[in-house]
Design a protein. Structure first.
Lengths: 451, 1100
């Protein structure tokens, strides 16, 4: 039996430890959803009150890339994996200099990270950048709620802990629909991308020499994309979202790139207007919002997904090769493939009727082609196997292709890095009717960029 | 690419007996494969020598061969069955090795059998370290610097080049067998000597040490089209230097940033592609330097592994099932995710909880063995737990181990060795986590502990938080705790018993029953505060999609996801982690009960925490709760499910221990009632019962001190069988021949079970032992089987070989046994299964022990007799009668003999004695079926050792007691062509009997002596019988040497007798092409399946 005195000291140590490890962060916070659902938790970021659309991300790693992704502008992100912040944060892994998201929801925040690259803790970064965050809530319950009831407006507050009062404010807050968020996260003026990548030397090969000049339209571009372009040999000039076509062409580019970006694509009219001017002039590649810009330029209908795709495990089939890629995704809107035009049966396995669920095509391993009023033949190149939504298109009569998901990953699996190579192949040579630049064996160069 | 139509019949190779490094995870994978291939219309032919598995149930495959997994036997089966394809990737290393041998010798080609799932070249690239290292270099990945040694001198040279310490890995051995870390040349010499011997190609890899680096595993799958996915990442809590099987591991990886994780991911996929794994699951291991992120590839297994089982249970993704489907032509996008039933299997599972695995060790069984954890696996089982956070899962995992701990310390069992505190902190052992907790409690910083243990600070910090929460409760008054404090304690994984102990409620710190009362006070108090657990679903997708599967874990959150159900519910409590004495046999029984109760119309609920098993597959029962088998955790499930009945008698001692507590909670215990269990388990009550019924039993007494024990011994007389009460697998059980030993034992026994006295029974020397498994419905008794032990009384029944039907018993004895069994079952009030151990001495039948529950022989007896006893037992528990089951007469004559033989793990524990005794030491078992006893026994010997000595030199050295009886055995051996070698005493006995024999010096005598002969490979068979318990003797050294040099040996006369007969059977089989060792499929023997669905319909 232990001595009483010893126990007393131990108890004191225990109390001290408890205080050190958690007491000082016991600041309450409240999360309220538009439909009245509320969660009480503990603040783990900046103090204050923040409004946005609530969504969830299922990535197991990569919280830093998630929170620094400008596509999350206007959104409150819930991480479904419970332990967040484990390996800290560092400057190199930031996807942009600013944190554009409106708030972060986690189950368990880590204040003492462990990793040789960690420069500081995640909560320290959030506090400094003014991001309101909440921990200690049933994030699975919240995720199921979002899944069943759809994305909706929400607020996190550390100042107003009255659910009714906060709910009233949520109801008054602005939603995402009809708002041009890209304009809020785009760069202010054009710049030449020239990043020192030595931070990645422990894992990645040095970038190859420049072989292509590319102008990248920044609607909230992730640094991962810039690195992906550079690793493919592109010298990139980044221009603001509303840069006129003429100005972009003044850089004498080999190709034009349209970036990812936040929110509703419809209001980003200046960008897809520019796409229209540039199609047929230069080879074009678009990612995420860039994909939607190209689709809108071609007159596609855009739909809002119930709870979007946010995570790093979405299976996508390249219909041209039949290969499945595990992809990183982050979008709440998507293009409606049948709205691009009527099927061309002779190029679509003899099928003339559109299927709403595009897994019809992945099961048959056919990449169907429609006749588009504006640009001629458009091929569906990629389909999401989870829900049969469109993930990629290629214009057959123009040197243009785009994907809805993120080949740069960051965070997420790197299966689709080949799309950057596809872009260079498109810039190298292209003949009308050909989309074979997309037919790349993803296993051939899995380790190409890695040290 | 859909299902292949050009193959119809597939041969599946299992993994054989449970051994350390290859356990029941291959029953899980093999069973999944059998099921899914049969569903797809393939005819499955199965070979597996392990009778305790679900996969060898005759219903699982079209043809089931419980035969040795040797190329000779499998070739026989191929010749008989003409399969189109062989699938070797689901039977562990054993299955793979056998398939390789068949491919290399041209057998597969000769019979036109295609190897599917993997090809020979990729097996070689994955398994051969040299080829593997070359392949890695070609794709630009680094392995640890290393070289191959074929002699000790070469190893020394390599080591001096690399610098000590070095890691030594013998090629082609199991679970790191024969490997180790050498810090100096002496250690190097010792390990390499053994390693060269154990490696079938006499090759040892000498490798740069990366001890202290972080260790990771990736579970990968690939299909024919080249689609490849990661199922799960696993991070080891213990740093490099501890075998993964012995490490605490966590899923998913916790301390890797995205770029590090993705690098490991693509490397895993590239390795799979480079090695050439065509389809199926593989496992790749990495080491990461925590200082700079340098990544090394450690190894890959081109097959389903122990980690695959863990990854399957951790994510809900059925790896083995998918691997089987991929092998027959499907691609990942064509397989539907079983859990969501909407999305394809071609995705990477994401999880929203944390999974912790902790290995289960059994060092207490192997006195003299080194308990330090190294690169050589020593764990005999493992537990897995799921919690929202690491802390919650960790607490659960510790209490799942059933090592008497209620969590991470604070349970009255913290025993700290003060003098060696820092050593126990830095040295990896199974106790280290408790030292880590204690160090943090004493004010060591997280950095200090991380530095001493090389465990990542992230994990240490988590333990520090758990300790902080514990300390905030110490000496508080339970009723003063706030809701927040209580909730926090539960979220940090504290059990109610820990809270009771910390707050000392009801004097919980004083004894066990007070702790149990205290637990209930905490429970009540907790509920009053509104702190109650909820259950969440494991769904592969972090709730992104709706799922149909009822696979649950408990956590302290808001929303409960348990779905209601209208059907009557039956809950089955599983057996927990595999350990010596309680293994896969009990999982077999639980799975059968689940199948049976489901057929009878129940919604079945399985509770278990063992990730290796079939019972914890999400599709075995209607509902699966992956939870510890403690009172608190089970009661939480009972409260949410409100089952109509709970089955406690099929999972071994683990659930049985809970019977009383659960009944007190108002739970309906199905089948035999706790009162009846108690009647059989309480020695005094049971003795009184036997007296009343006029049944003989060895004279017995109890003692709670050394003095009392000596008094009892005076009364009964030596030898005595001594054991603590309520134990499993004869733990702590010995035979005492004198007072001194008895006193020594008493000093130690107190440590094993302080709350219970010690039993002393008269030991019936030279008696024949029997096991009987029987069913009882309250009115009728059905004898499932009578098993005659080959070893005489005194060897634990789990370690003894046995045969059914009995091969030497008279009809008179058998009818006495049947009569006693029937009377006892009815008198005790058994409803379900019962096992009785008898001893026959001088034509008197004694009762040794009665277990009113399923025994470890149930699967063996079921397969030998064709009557599925566990299934029948479940029906009886559900209220049906034996008459309903339409079983064959239990006294029918079987026309074949079935032998079960135990498999020993001594090779894993150098230094521990290999002699058999009343304490069970075996990890697994094999079965042999033949038309006569010697042939069946020969099959078991072949199934364990893969070959039997059929010529050469036999070394015989027996104790004085056996000198007379050894003569006949030696004469037979001589006739069979063996030359005989003996030490002085035995030499004289044999010479006197006129048997040609050569004398050899004993171990302690001058050299050359028998030790040299063993080391030089001059001995092919060793018979050595010890006497008494003094094991530190010549005999001990002999047996250790036999283990070290792989010499076939027996330690009892009865086993020697059986062995000689078996050798004769093998000789005949080889020489005369007689058919004594022909392969037999279980389906060729009579089989019975009660029509339970029909019965249920009738009742409705």
């Amino acid at each position: 039996m232990r001595e009483r005195a010893v126990q007393a000291t131990e108890k004191q140590i225990g109390v001290q430890m408890t205080e050190m490890t958690m007491m000082d962060r016991m600041k309450p916070a409240l999360l309220v959803l538009e439909d009245g659902t509320s969660f009480t938790g503990i603040a783990c970021g900046a103090d204050g009150e923040s409004f946005g659309e609530i969504c969830f991300n299922t990535s197991l790693v990569g919280y830093q890339e998630v929170i620094s992704d400008p596509s999350y502008a206007g959104q409150i992100v819930t991480m479904t994996y419970p332990h967040i912040g484990n390996y800290g944060v560092n400057a190199a892994d930031m996807q942009s200099d600013h944190l554009a998201l409106r708030g972060l929801v986690v189950h368990d925040m880590c204040y003492e990270p462990s990793n040789f690259r960690s420069e500081r803790s995640l909560p320290a970064l959030l506090s400094e950048r003014g991001v309101v965050a909440i921990e200690g809530i049933d994030t699975r319950k919240l995720t199921r709620h979002i899944r069943d009831c759809g994305m909706q407006r929400a607020a996190i507050s550390t100042v107003d802990l009255d659910a009714a009062s906060l709910l009233a404010k949520v109801k008054d807050s602005q939603g995402l629909a009809g708002i041009n968020l890209a304009s809020t996260v785009s760069c202010a003026s054009a710049y030449h991308y020239d990043e020192d990548l030595h931070d990645f030397d422990f894992a990645k090969k040095p970038a190859p020499p420049h072989r292509y000049r590319v102008v990248a339209y920044d609607c909230g571009i992730k640094r991962g994309i810039l690195r992906g372009l550079r690793d493919a040999g592109c010298d990139v000039t980044v221009v603001p979202w509303d840069t006129p076509a003429k100005e972009a062409l003044s850089y004498d580019p080999d190709g034009i790139f349209f970036s990812n970006g936040p929110g509703d694509p419809e209001p980003v009219e200046a960008t897809y207007g520019t796409v229209r001017e540039l199609i047929g002039v230069k080879p074009i590649f678009g990612i995420c919002l860039g994909n939607q810009m190209i689709a809108l330029a071609a007159g596609s209908r855009i739909e809002k997904l119930k709870f979007g795709h946010h995570g790093g495990n979405q299976p996508v089939m390249n219909l041209r090769t039949g290969r499945v890629e595990i992809t990183a995704q982050n979008h709440g809107f998507g293009l409606v493939f049948p709205s691009l035009g009527a099927l061309v049966p002779e190029l679509s396995g003899g099928i003339a009727e559109h299927a709403d669920d595009l897994r019809f095509w992945s099961e048959k391993k056919i990449a169907p082609v429609v006749e588009n009023a504006r640009y001629g033949r458009i091929q569906l190149t990629h389909v999401n196997l989870n829900d049969g939504t469109a993930e990629g298109i290629a214009l057959l009569d123009q040197p243009v292709f785009s994907v809805q998901y993120h080949p740069e990953a960051s965070p997420g699996p790197t299966d689709s890095t080949y799309l950057f190579a596809a872009f260079t192949r498109l810039m190298d040579a292209w003949t009308p009717g050909d989309a074979s630049y997309l037919d790349i064996d993803i296993a051939a160069d899995r380790l190409a960029a890695w040290a | 690419m859909p299902r292949r139509d050009d193959i119809h019949k597939i041969l599946l190779i299992g993994s054989g007996p449970i051994v350390i490094g290859q356990a029941c995870e291959f029953d899980y994978s093999g069973t999944q494969a059998c099921k899914v291939l049969a569903e797809d219309g393939f005819e499955v032919v199965l070979v597996n020598s392990n009778p305790a598995t679900i996969m060898t149930d005759p219903a699982m495959a079209a043809r089931t061969y419980v035969e040795p997994i040797t190329p000779e036997f499998v070739e026989q089966i191929i010749a008989k069955e003409h399969p189109d394809a062989i699938l070797p990737t689901l039977g562990g290393q054993t299955g793979l090795n056998c398939a390789v041998a068949l491919a290399e010798s041209g057998v597969l080609e000769r019979y036109g059998v295609e190897m599917i799932g993997v090809n020979l070249a990729s097996i070689q690239r994955g398994e051969d370290r040299k080829l593997f290292a070359e392949a890695m270099e070609e794709i630009g990945l680094s392995c640890a610097k290393s070289g191959f040694a074929y002699t000790i001198a070469e190893a020394e040279q390599l080591a001096s080049g690399l610098g000590y310490p070095v890691v030594l890995r013998p090629s082609y051995t199991l679970g790191g067998a024969g490997g180790g870390i050498a810090f100096n040349q002496d250690e190097l010499d010792a390990i390499v000597r053994q390693g060269l011997d154990l490696s079938p190609v006499s090759e040892v890899l000498v490798e740069e040490s990366v001890i202290g680096w972080k260790e990771y595993e990736m579970e990968v799958m690939r299909d024919k089209a080249g689609n490849a996915i990661i199922i799960c990442s696993i991070e080891n809590f213990d740093a490099m230097g501890v075998h993964t099987g012995d490490s605490i591991t966590v899923a998913p990886a916790q301390t890797l940033s995205d770029i590090e994780y993705q690098r490991m991911r693509v490397a895993s996929l590239a390795i799979l592609e480079k090695v050439g794994v065509e389809t199926g699951g593989s496992n790749v291991q990495f080491a990461i330097n925590p200082a700079d992120g340098r990544m090394l590839v450690i190894e890959m297994n081109p097959r389903v592994s122990r980690s695959s089982a863990l990854a399957s249970k951790a994510t809900g993704f059925p790896i083995a099932k998918a691997a089987a489907k991929l092998a027959v032509g499907y691609t990942l996008d064509e397989i539907v995710n079983d859990i969501t039933r909407k999305t394809p299997a071609c995705f990477e599972p994401t999880i929203d909880y944390t999974v912790v695995k902790i290995p289960r060790f059994a060092f207490e069984k192997f006195k003299g063995a080194d308990a330090t954890l190294t690169t050589r696996m020593k764990a005999v089982g493992e537990v897995m737990s799921i919690g929202s956070t690491f802390e919650e899962a960790f607490g659960k995992a510790v209490r799942s181990l059933e090592k008497g701990r209620e969590g991470l310390g604070c349970d009255g069992h913290d025993k700290i060795d003060e003098t060696r505190f820092n050593r126990f902190l830095s040295q990896p052992t199974e106790e280290r986590i408790f030292y880590m907790a204690e160090a943090l409690r004493r004010g060591y910083s997280v950095a200090d502990v991380a530095d001493l243990t090389k465990i990542d600070p992230w994990f240490v910090q988590r333990l520090a938080d758990i300790v902080a929460v514990q300390e905030s409760l110490r000496d508080r008054t339970l009723t003063d705790l706030s809701r927040e404090e209580m909730l926090r304690a539960k979220r940090y994984g504290l059990s109610d018993r820990q809270i009771a102990w910390l707050t000392d409620v009801n004097g919980a710190q004083h004894d066990r029953s007070a702790l149990e009362t205290g637990e209930m006070s905490v429970r009540m108090c907790r509920k009053l505060l509104g702190v109650q657990p909820v259950f969440k679903v494991v769904d592969t997708c972090a709730a992104e999609f709706e799922s149909e599967t009822n696979y649950y874990y408990k956590t302290y959150e808001d929303e409960n996801e348990v779905r209601p159900c209208d059907k009557p519910k039956a809950m089955i409590l599983g057996a927990g982690p595999n350990r010596i004495g309680q293994g896969i046999e009990f999982d077999y029984c639980c799975v059968h009960a689940s199948y049976a109760l489901s057929e009878l119309g129940y919604e079945t609920i399985m509770v278990n925490c063992n990730p290796e098993t079939v019972s914890t597959d999400y599709d075995t029962s209607d509902r699966l709760y992956f939870e510890p088998l403690t009172h608190e955790d089970v009661l939480d499930i009972v409260e949410v499910e409100k089952p109509d009945g709970v089955v406690v008698t099929l999972g071994g001692q683990t659930p049985l221990k809970l019977a009383h507590l659960l009944e007190a909670d108002g739970v309906n215990i199905m089948g035999t009632k706790p009162e009846a269990i108690d009647l059989a388990e309480d020695r005094d009550r049971f003795s009184a019962l036997l007296d009343e019924m006029g049944i003989a039993y060895p004279e017995a007494g109890t003692a709670s001190s050394a003095a009392e024990a000596v008094e009892v011994a005076k009364h009964i007389g030596f030898p005595l069988l001594v054991r603590p009460s309520y134990v499993l697998g004869g733990r702590g059980m010995v035979i005492a021949y004198d007072t001194q030993y008895l006193e020594e034992y008493m000093a130690e026994a107190a440590r094993i079970t302080p709350d219970h006295p010690v039993y002393l029974d008269r030991f019936l020397e030279s008696a024949v032992e029997l096991d009987v498994d029987a069913l009882c419905d309250g009115e009728q008794v059905y004898i499932g089987g009578i098993l005659e032990h080959i070893e005489e009384a005194g060897i634990h029944s789990g370690d003894s070989a046995c045969c059914t039907p009995p091969f030497t018993l008279s009809q008179n004895i058998i009818s006495q046994i049947r009569d006693i069994t029937t009377r006892l079952a009815l008198r005790i009030g058994v409803r379900g299964l019962m096992n009785i151990q008898f001893a026959i001495k001088d034509q008197t039948v004694y009762i040794i022990e009665v277990n009113p529950r399923a025994s470890r022989t149930v699967p063996f007896v079921s397969k030998a007799s064709g009557v599925p006893l566990a299934k029948c037992a479940a029906a009886l528990m559900a209220g049906y009668s034996i008459a309903d089951l339409n079983l064959p007469p239990d006294d029918r004559e079987l026309d074949h003999y079935s032998v079960k033989e135990a498999v020993m793990p001594f090779g894993r524990f150098p230094g521990s004695d290999t002699v058999l005794g009343p304490e069970m030491k075996s990890t697994g078992e094999v079965m042999g079926v033949a038309n006569d006893f010697p042939a069946a026994y020969a099959k078991t010997a072949l199934a364990i050792d893969y070959s039997l000595p059929t010529k050469g030199t036999a070394f015989i050295s027996v104790c004085d007691r056996d000198k007379r009886s050894i003569v006949a055995i030696a004469r037979d051996l001589s006739k069979l062509g063996f030359s005989i070698l003996s030490t002085t005493g035995t030499y004289h006995a044999l010479k006197a009997a006129g048997i040609p024999c050569e004398r050899v010096n004993k171990m302690q005598e001058q050299r050359p002596n028998i030790g040299d002969d063993l080391a030089n490979g001059h001995v092919d068979l060793m018979i050595n019988t010890p006497f008494g318990q003094r094991t530190r003797s010549d005999g001990y050294q002999l047996r250790s040497a036999a283990v070290r040099y792989g010499v076939c040996y027996v330690t009892t006369l009865d086993a020697a007798n059986a062995m000689v007969q078996a050798i004769e059977a093998v000789q005949q089989s080889a020489d005369e092409k007689v058919t004594r060792l022909d392969t037999i499929a279980l389906q060729d023997l009579a089989q019975w399946q009660p029509d339970l669905a029909g019965l249920a319909k009738e009742r409705r």
